[in-house]
Design a protein around this ligand. Structure first.
Ligand SMILES: [Zn+2]
Length: 95
C-alpha cells in the first residue's frame, strides 16, 4: 500500500521531534554528571552563589577582557553546572 505523503511528512516531523528530545536528554545528563562532579566540592556551589553570572560566554569573555586591562590575573571563563550561566575564575581548568 502506498503511504499518503501527508502521513510520511508527519512521521518525519515526529522523528525529528524525537531526535530533538534525545539531544535535550543527553544535554541534561551531561549537566547532571557535571554537577555531581562539582558537588564533591561544595565550595564550588557557594562560588556559584557569590559570583557574578553572565548569560552568555561572550558576555563573560568580554568581562574577563575588561579586567585584564586593570592588570587582574588571567581569568578563565567556564560554564557553571549549577546556574548554567557563565562565571570567571582564576583557577586552572580541572579535568
Ligand atoms: Zn553558577
Amino acid at each position: 500500500m502506498k503511504k499518503n505523503p501527508q502521513t510520511r511528512k508527519r512521521m518525519r516531523r515526529r522523528q525529528k521531534e524525537r531526535k530533538k528530545q534525545q539531544a535535550a536528554k543527553r544535554r541534561e545528563d551531561y549537566y547532571l554528571r557535571l554537577a555531581a562532579r562539582y558537588l564533591d566540592d561544595p565550595r564550588e556551589y557557594s562560588m556559584c552563589l557569590s559570583k557574578e553570572r553572565y548569560e552568555t560566554k561572550g558576555a563573560a569573555l568580554a568581562a574577563a577582557n575588561r579586567r585584564l586591562m586593570y592588570d587582574a590575573p588571567q581569568l578563565r571563563v567556564y560554564n557553571c553546572p549549577f546556574c548554567r550561566g557563565w562565571h570567571l575564575t582564576s583557577k586552572p581548568k580541572r579535568l
